[in-house]
Design a protein around this ligand. Structure first.
Ligand code: GUN
Ligand code: FE
Length: 450
């Protein structure tokens, strides 16, 4: 099954950062067989493919969001104007604890619809403690590419319903990894997810990290050094800072994905670089919860892997990558001047950077032959986002600073259209909307906090 997509412009974001006008992308099954220039296209032999004309559209690799919480999508707008520990203890934990299988599925599906419509084709999701199978079901049906894992918590004085014994957290995680790592034709992979230091014992953190060694390609995801009060509590318990503590536990490695990393001391930055741990940067969440500004230019200078994510709907309150790219740039400029974080850097973090963080750099993150066909089509012809020219710089500036979700025309993963001509093909939007409101209503009456 081959198809030939013919956009006006291909922004490859490959090693040479090629921009191809009037070329084409030949897709064979799940894979990009060839990326053709206009000249190569006229010489393309045979016609054993379907042609998909995409006049006026720009093709680029789909966005990779390395940190989201699909289980929180229903909680959008329900935890406003509070800082992290209150946000978690008063709002998010009780809401997560009130999930049923049906509300978990509705929450995941709502998040996935929004992610796909706004051009995200790969995610790493941190689930809740229970009902992870419903997240997997929604992810599988949606066609998106995902790393996912249930949140592990063996310490939680606020919501015992979200606390498990160390053994149960590890046993259920192991079972899930055996079931789902590599499922959905390889689109789903597992990432163990001890939630953050304050809800995890030392042995849970160490065993969870050790488990990744038994599964090739598995990752370890957690939150780290997000907020100053959180860090004070970490120091009180561990006698050191968060990332230093991970080093002491022996769990900093090249499978370690640390969300936030806002408050690191100098030695911890060295450790990230030495151990090749990854930083998952969530600028909207950091601003909205008043957490702080992650020193991303410094991480990039040190060659530390940085990628982007929207975090959860209740600390953002959207899941759109355009916003994360733009804010990741704007948040740094008042501190370091306007030359830091140019648009092309942001576009790389949002694609190849995400792919590299997930160990998928050979599979996704650019439009190149041999890579997976994870591609989005953008309409940059509108009055408000028309680039001056089709150079890589002008396109990047337009996409990062002027575009939004409504400019996404189509999205495919593994050669399958998930969203085409602004219509979701794998998610029934009417059903998703009805389910989301019904399930939120029922969940709120179970949670009894509002
Ligand atoms: N730290 C521990 N859990 C969470 C979460 O769900 N969201 C954020 N932003 N930080 C966390
Ligand atoms: Fe998070």
């Amino acid at each position: 099954m081959r198809s030939l997509i013919r956009p006006e412009t291909i922004l490859t974001l490959d090693d040479q950062d090629r921009v191809i006008a009037n070329g084409a992308i030949l897709i064979n099954g799940t894979t990009i067989e060839q990326v053709l220039t206009a000249g190569e296209l006229t010489a393309l032999p045979g016609n054993d493919y379907t042609t998909v004309d995409a006049p006026g559209l720009v093709a680029m690799p789909g966005f990779v969001q390395t940190h989201v919480h699909l289980c929180q999508t229903l909680f959008r707008g329900l935890a406003e104007d509070v800082e992290l520990l209150d946000w978690l203890q008063r709002r998010i934990f009780p809401l997560e604890a009130a999930h049923s299988p049906a509300s978990m599925y509705a929450s995941a599906r709502a998040g996935l619809a929004e992610l796909i419509r706004s051009g995200t084709t790969t995610i790493m999701d941190m689930g809740s403690v229970h009902h992870e199978e419903e997240v997997v079901r929604a992810v599988t049906e949606s066609g998106i590419r995902a790393f996912l894992g249930k949140a592990m918590m063996d310490i939680n004085d606020f919501h015992p319903a979200l606390r498990e014994s160390t053994k149960n957290a590890l046993d259920s995680t192991l079972k899930q990894a055996q079931l789902w790592h590599g499922s959905a034709n390889g689109r789903i992979r597992y990432a163990v997810a001890p939630r953050f230091v304050l809800s995890c014992s030392d042995s849970l953190l160490k065993e969870a990290h050790a488990m990744t060694r038994s599964f090739p390609g598995m990752l370890f995801q957690t939150h780290a050094s997000e907020n100053r009060h959180e860090l004070q509590a970490v120091r009180a318990r561990c006698g050191m800072d968060n990332v230093a503590y991970f080093e002491a536990l022996g769990i900093l490695s090249d499978v370690t994905c640390l969300t936030h990393c806002v408050w690191l001391n100098d030695r911890e930055v060295d450790l990230l670089a030495e151990r090749r741990a990854r930083v998952l940067h969530c600028p909207s969440s950091n601003m909205k919860l008043g957490s702080g500004i992650a020193p991303v230019p410094r991480y990039l200078e040190r060659g530390i892997s940085v990628s982007l994510g929207a975090d959860g709907a209740p600390c953002n309150n959207t899941l759109n990558m355009f916003q994360e790219m733009r804010l990741a740039a704007l948040i740094q400029k008042p501190l370091h001047g306007p030359t830091v974080m140019p648009a092309r850097t942001l576009l790389k973090l949002a694609t190849a950077g995400g792919a590299a963080a997930l160990g998928l750099e050979r599979e996704i993150g650019s439009i190149a032959s041999g890579k997976r066909a994870d591609i989005i089509l953008l309409d940059l012809s509108r009055l408000w986002n028309r680039p001056v020219s089709a150079t890589a710089d002008d396109l990047a500036v337009s996409i990062v600073h002027s575009c939004g979700p409504t400019d996404v025309h189509s999205a495919m993963v593994d050669g399958e259209w998930l969203y085409r001509d602004r219509v979701n093909l794998t998610i029934d939007m009417t059903a998703a909307r009805h389910d989301a409101s019904r399930e939120l209503h029922a969940l709120l009456s179970r949670a009894k906090i509002l």
